[in-house]
Design a protein around this ligand. Structure first.
Ligand SMILES: Nc1nc2c(ncn2[C@@H]2O[C@H](COP(=O)(O)OP(=O)(O)OP(=O)(O)O)[C@@H](O)[C@H]2O)c(=O)[nH]1
Ligand SMILES: [Mg+2]
Length: 328
């Protein structure tokens, strides 16, 4: 049966086709549904319009999709931990990432070179720590997605340029992090925070120590923050103090490495089990398999025990470097 669509309907259909946003489409579709001739010949078409309307209304309910820019700030954590690198324009973040990890990020002598975060893996002894280069921190401007990137990290590396005023750079970090409700902490215990706030451990790093007079600026910077934060000078360009930097970054993380062994065999010291500080023998077993933890009777421990091979219970707190033999 012919549909015999009217000019009114066809005009509304044209508007529908030209509509760009969901509300515009809904409006045009409403007109189409109102003016469509209601007879047997348009029955199928009317059905289609109805389901199209339902779909559009559903779209309208959905949360707005995460923008592309925001997606770029979603960096998947890899390795033992994720450390986010923050610094003002030109402080040398990308140079550091390129020199200390397997990744490369564009380095240039003008500011705002880096536009989106770039991850790289930094090898420290027998483990890999992920370092994330970021666009520069700016006063009163934050890219969407940047606060989440920082909040999701395990620790921060605050890079200051020793050829510029380091104390001023720290002031900017503190202000911007404050706006994001992030409290940076150094060596001390984790403080109690107001709802909505998080704390992150931070390492302060003075970069460009190879430049003349930079160590003088470093001394003043160190005098100011030594009591509250771990702090050290480096040269990203000359790869100076990199071993120290990796060790300090690792120590920020509140993690320990332990090794498991089977009776009568040597442990594999290249394959650490990475755990939060303060975890127990039971957690070690859990990290292998939950059945293992359930069946665990005791463990023997080399390292933090009173003597090598000491028998310990499941609630024994393991320490960095312990070798553990689990018995079920
Ligand atoms: N002398 C010296 N120059 C450095 C050092 N690290 C970086 N630079 C120089 O500083 C400039 C900026 O380096 P980048 O790594 O691009 O700085 P960035 O912090 O990534 O800059 P944005 O991406 O703009 O935020 C470049 O000219 C680097 O060569 C260093 O340790 N010593
Ligand atoms: Mg950069």
């Amino acid at each position: 049966m012919p549909a015999n669509l009217t000019p009114q309907y066809l005009e509304a259909e044209l508007k529908f086709k030209q509509a760009k946003t969901t509300p515009e489409k809904i409006k045009a579709l409403e007109v189409m549904m109102a003016v469509i001739p209601k007879h047997k010949g348009t029955e199928r078409l009317r059905g289609q319009l109805k389901s199209r309307m339902a779909k559009l209304k559903e779209d309208l309910q959905k949360k707005p999709a995460v923008s592309r820019a925001e997606q770029a700030y979603n960096i998947k954590r890899e390795g033992a931990a994720q450390v986010v690198l923050l610094g003002l324009p030109n402080s040398g973040k990308s140079c550091l990432l390129s020199q200390i990890t397997n990744a490369s990020s564009e380095v240039a002598d003008y500011p705002f070179t880096t536009q989106k975060p770039i991850p790289g893996m930094m090898k420290f002894e027998n483990l890999q720590i992920q370092l994330v280069d970021t666009p520069p921190v700016q006063l009163d401007h934050v890219e969407p997605g940047f606060p989440n990137l920082i909040r999701n990290g395990d620790a921060l590396l605050l890079l200051v340029d020793l050829t510029e005023d380091p104390l001023f750079q720290m002031e900017i970090f503190l202000e911007e992090l404050n706006n994001m409700r992030i409290k940076i902490i150094g060596k001390g215990p984790v403080p109690l925070l107001e709802v909505g706030w998080i704390s992150l451990r931070a390492l302060l790093v003075g970069n460009k120590c190879d430049v003349k007079n930079a160590m003088g600026a470093y001394q003043r910077f160190e005098d100011h923050f030594r009591d509250t934060f771990p702090i050290l000078p480096i040269s990203a360009k000359e790869r100076m103090n990199f071993d120290e930097l990796k060790r300090e970054a690792y120590q920020l993380l509140d993690i320990i490495r332990v090794y498991t062994k089977v009776p009568g065999k040597e442990p594999d010291l290249t394959e650490p089990v990475i755990l939060k500080k303060g975890t127990t023998v039971e957690d070690v077993a859990l990290s292998i398999h939950k059945d293992f933890a359930a069946k665990l009777r005791y463990a023997k421990i080399w390292g933090s025990g009173k003597f090598d091979g000491q028998m310990v219970k499941r609630d024994y707190r393991v320490s960095e470097g312990d070798v553990i033999e689990l018995h079920i």
